[in-house]
Design a protein around this ligand. Structure first.
Ligand SMILES: COc1cccc(-c2nc(Nc3cc(C)[nH]n3)cc3ccccc23)c1
Length: 271
């Protein structure tokens, strides 16, 4: 069933992406679905030589079904643009919340990381890796649940986004900054970086002196965890930020880690 722009009522623009804009839209015909329509300009895609990557990302994301992975329902195109019909996440960008609050509580961070570990285990079971899980690519559903946003493109809010150059390096593991081949273990590393950033408000290897300084800290795994971070959280971060990809904690162990279990939702309350 192919779709056309005329079948939607176009709502407010949600934000700008690298190759176009994201709009909140609703289908005109019953049942009236609300979704996020991402418009990519073919001209820009061709210029940036990302056509094959975009086809692959669409192919991958269309086949994924998970509560913490943003759905891609379908896509269509006209002569100038490609339109992606994406799940609408009601509470927007997680990144904005992090900027607003500075950092998240132990409980909120633990719940988000549990959801991420769940989503990553699903993606890895489908041999999908490196989903670029930095805060800019995470969205929040209407009940505050985390959604890994559309794949490959980060949606940047105008103005308050981080300097993209720095952003891109902060989450890369040693094997990638050193140009070695990478496995799904890059996501275990990124999960450790994300845990640190949720609890501290900044990523562990950020170095305001710039790219090369960050590069060195990543390859030497040089980071300090502030004292305000709980012992259990410290333990998890250290077990994920391991230089040797094979030494990084398996996702199944993340899910049963004390820091994750203690904040699990509606657990039978232990005395
Ligand atoms: C203002 O900048 C941006 C950029 C990108 C997305 C939003 C935004 N997005 C969504 N939901 C989405 C987005 C996608 C691809 N699926 N669901 C909801 C929001 C709610 C309030 C404000 C902003 C929102 C903003």
């Amino acid at each position: 069933s192919s779709w056309h722009l005329s079948q939607f009522d176009i709502g407010r623009p949600l934000g700008k992406g690298k190759f176009g804009r994201v709009y909140m839209v609703r289908t005109k015909s019953e049942p009236k679905y609300i979704l996020a329509l991402k418009c990519l300009y073919k001209s820009e895609i061709i210029q940036s030589k990302v056509e094959k990557q975009i086809r692959r990302e669409i192919e991958i994301q269309q086949n994924l079904r998970h509560p913490h992975v943003l759905r891609l329902y379908g896509y269509f195109h006209d002569e100038k643009r490609i339109f992606l019909m994406l799940e609408f996440a009601g509470k927007g960008e997680l990144y904005k919340q992090l900027s607003k609050y500075g950092k998240f509580s132990d409980k909120r961070s633990s719940r988000y990381i549990a959801q991420m570990a769940d989503a990553l285990a699903y993606l890895h079971s489908k041999h999908v890796i490196h989903r670029d899980i930095k805060p800019e690519n995470l969205l929040l559903g209407i009940n505050g649940e985390l959604k890994i946003g559309d794949f490959g493109w980060s949606v940047h809010a105008p103005g308050n986004r981080r300097k993209t150059l720095c952003g891109t390096l902060d989450y890369l593991p040693p094997e990638m900054v050193e140009g070695k081949e990478h496995t799904e273990k890059v996501d275990h590393w990124a999960l450790g970086v994300l845990t640190f950033e949720f609890l501290c408000g900044v990523p562990p290897f950020e170095d305001l002196r710039g790219y090369n300084a960050t590069y060195k800290k990543i390859s030497k795994v040089e980071f300090q965890i502030p004292d305000h971070v709980s012992a259990e959280a410290k333990d998890l971060i250290k077990k994920l930020l391991q230089h040797d990809p094979e030494k990084r904690m398996p996702l199944s162990e993340v899910a049963s880690h004390p820091w994750i279990v203690k904040y699990k939702k509606d657990r039978p309350s232990s005395q």
